[in-house]
Every structure is written in structure tokens, then in C-alpha cells.
Design a protein around this ligand. Structure first.
Ligand code: NAD
Ligand code: KPL
Length: 297
């Protein structure tokens, strides 16, 4: 079996690296540069009180055309520059599996890597980076992976033979849109109201806004042909708010830490669908503008 490479040694990349390592599937985790790779080799990847000596490489240490199967675990907006940094090592026909939130990066990757097989994933694991090489796996979830672009390719079975639950899907798009809809309903409002996920249901003013926003997102999905993703959307959103009530959404974490957020891959994608369907989507537009203003202050 070809070695599985993981690009992005952050929270999710490290989680997959540890899980594959524990299943004797010895992956290679690619750090951003030689200095970070060396530091991570010294610390190992630490999770749940143990340290795992995962194989760690810097982009410039990778052999030419060595990568056949890549788990892309950067944030969505870092996809293209991160892939460019390992271009020499990436086989043109590689499988690139985007384990990221958001929609939009897959098509951009497929455009730049036309011979590659590009996969998308819905991942509901909850993992946080707590220090250099250290992660906390707080929420056990699952990952559905399905192909979106490029020549049809079978992924290595080993990906599903690890402690993280991984399923292969033949129809990932509705799942992706549903997750995007849930992120679109929750993430922006948690930023604007600076609140945990559960508070979206508990504060009456916010709850009313959430209801109206979910209705608008469901209309956008319906009008743009993603009907499955729009069904029972409010129920789905309520379930996620309840199940993650004490959590801070990924977008609020990014805004609080003054890091770039995946706003464009959530709200940008929803607004493009609205435009294509000829819908106004005033709440989404306003929320997106409010987020842009907060990004730039
Ligand atoms: P993170 O910020 O912890 O990790 C991203 C990593 O990518 C960082 O270590 C960063 O240094 C690295 N990176 C950026 N540019 C790079 C480059 N050019 N070369 C090499 N590495 C580079 O983020 P995360 O929480 O792991 O999230 C990654 C993606 O997974 C996001 O799209 C997120 O929405 C999604 N996701 C995360 C979780 C979670 O629980 N953390 C769950 C589901 C989905
Ligand atoms: O995926 C999420 C995130 O924080 O990005 C949830 C938990 C659904 C909140 O939107």
C-alpha cells in the first residue's frame, strides 16, 4: 500500500496521524517547514497522555512524485499554497482528500490539479491543538469521504481500518451542503453574539435570528437544487446546538484568536448559490458583511 501523507500538522492532521500510526499504518505528517518538522519530531505527537513518534517531514525533504494519497488538513484558505509547497512530491494522479469544512476549495484544487482525484469529507471529530505537537480529542465523531472531481479512484481500505470512524460515500455532495448549511446557520451568529453554540437556542433574540437565518439558508439550498440538504434543516441545527452546547464554534475561536476564518468557504459559497438561483438572501449578506467588518478591525 502507498504511504498515506497528511498535509497540515494542526489539530485534525495530528489526530489522523496518531490514529493511523496506532493502527500500524505509519503515515507521514507534513509540517509547514523544516524547523517545525524538527520541533515536532522532538516532541512527538501527544494525545491522551501518550506521545507518538509519527514520521514527520518538511515539504523540501519529500521525494519527487512520492505522494499518491494525501489527507489535506490545512484550513480551507491554505489549500492551494500548501499544495504548491509540496508540488514536486505530489504525483499528478494523486488522491487529494480534503478533510476540511467549507465548500469551494475542492473545485479550486481540481482546477490546478486536473489529473488528481479530489475527494471531500464531512468530519465531525472535535479536536483542539493545545500546544506544540499536543492535541485533545474532545469529541468523537465520524468522517464520510466521497469523490468530487477527477478520474474515479478507489481509496486505500486502510483509511477505514483505524480507530477513527471513516466511511466511504458515493454521494458526498448532499452531506457537504448539509454540513455547510449547519455551519452557516451557527458559526456567524456565534461570532456576532460572541456566544457558545448552546446559547443560540437559549437567548430569545438570538433564537429568533437563528430561525429566520435557517429558513433563508433552506430556501437558498432548495432553489439551487440542494433539496436534500435543506430538509429538516432547523431540526438538524437544533440537534447540533444541543449536542455541542458548551463548545465555541470554530469560527468564533478563529475570530477570538484574530486568525483568518473560513468565512469565505461557508458564507461565500452560500451567497454564490443564492446568486445563481436569483435569490436575495438579505440575512446571509448582512451576516457576511458584519463578519468581514470584524475581520478587518
Ligand atoms: P489547525 O489550524 O489546527 O491546523 C491547520 C494546520 O495547517 C496548521 O498546523 C498550519 O500550520 C498548517 N498549514 C497551513 N499552511 C500550511 C502549509 N503551507 N504547509 C503545511 N502546513 C500548513 O486547523 P484544524 O482545526 O486542524 O482544521 C483543519 C481543517 O479541518 C479546517 O478546515 C477545519 O474546519 C476542519 N475540521 C476541523 C475539526 C476540528 O475538530 N479541529 C473538525 C472537523 C473539521
Ligand atoms: O462544525 C462546527 C464548527 O464549530 O465549525 C459546528 C460544531 C457545527 C458549529 O458550527
Amino acid at each position: 500500500m502507498a504511504k498515506i501523507h497528511i498535509l497540515g500538522a494542526g489539530a485534525l492532521g495530528s489526530l489522523f496521524a496518531v490514529s493511523l500510526f496506532r493502527a500500524d499504518i505509519n503515515p507521514c505528517l507534513i509540517a509547514r517547514d523544516a524547523e517545525r518538522a524538527m520541533t515536532l519530531r522532538q516532541t512527538g505527537i501527544r494525545c491522551g497522555g501518550a506521545s507518538y513518534p509519527v514520521d514527520i517531514a518538511a515539504p523540501n525533504a519529500l521525494a519527487n512524485k512520492d505522494i499518491e494519497c494525501l489527507l489535506l488538513c490545512t484550513k480551507a484558505y491554505d489549500s492551494l499554497p500548501a499544495l504548491a509547497a509540496i508540488a514536486h512530491a505530489l504525483r499528478p494522479d494523486a488522491a487529494i482528500i480534503c478533510l476540511q469544512n467549507g465548500i469551494g476549495q475542492h473545485a479550486a484544487i481540481a482546477e490546478q490539479h486536473p489529473a488528481a482525484s479530489v475527494f471531500a469529507a464531512l468530519c465531525t471529530e472535535g479536536v483542539t491543538r493545545t500546544g506544540t505537537g499536543e492535541i485533545v480529542h474532545a469529541g468523537v465523531g465520524h468522517t464520510d469521504i466521497g469523490q468530487l472531481f477527477g478520474p474515479s479512484k478507489k481509496l486505500p481500505d486502510e483509511l477505514s481500518k483505524q480507530s477513527l470512524k471513516v466511511n466511504f460515500s458515493t454521494d458526498i455532495l448532499p452531506t457537504l451542503w448539509r454540513k455547510l448549511a449547519i455551519n452557516g446557520a451557527m458559526n456567524g451568529l456565534t461570532v456576532i453574539h460572541d456566544c457558545r453554540n448552546g446559547e443560540l437556542l437559549q437567548r430569545l433574540d438570538v433564537y429568533k435570528e437563528l430561525c429566520a437565518l435557517v429558513e433563508e439558508i433552506a430556501n437558498v439550498l432548495n432553489a439551487s437544487g440542494h433539496v436534500d440538504a435543506s430538509l429538516d434543516l432547523f431540526e438538524q441545527v437544533r440537534n447540533v446546538c444541543q449536542a455541542t452546547a458548551m463548545n465555541t464554534s470554530s469560527m468564533l475561536q478563529d475570530f477570538r484568536a484574530q486568525r483568518p476564518s473560513e468565512r469565505e468557504y461557508v458564507y461565500g459559497s452560500l451567497l454564490r448559490q443564492a446568486e445563481l438561483a436569483g435569490l436575495e438572501a438579505p440575512m446571509l449578506k448582512q451576516l457576511n458583511q458584519q463578519l468581514i467588518r470584524r475581520e478587518t478591525v
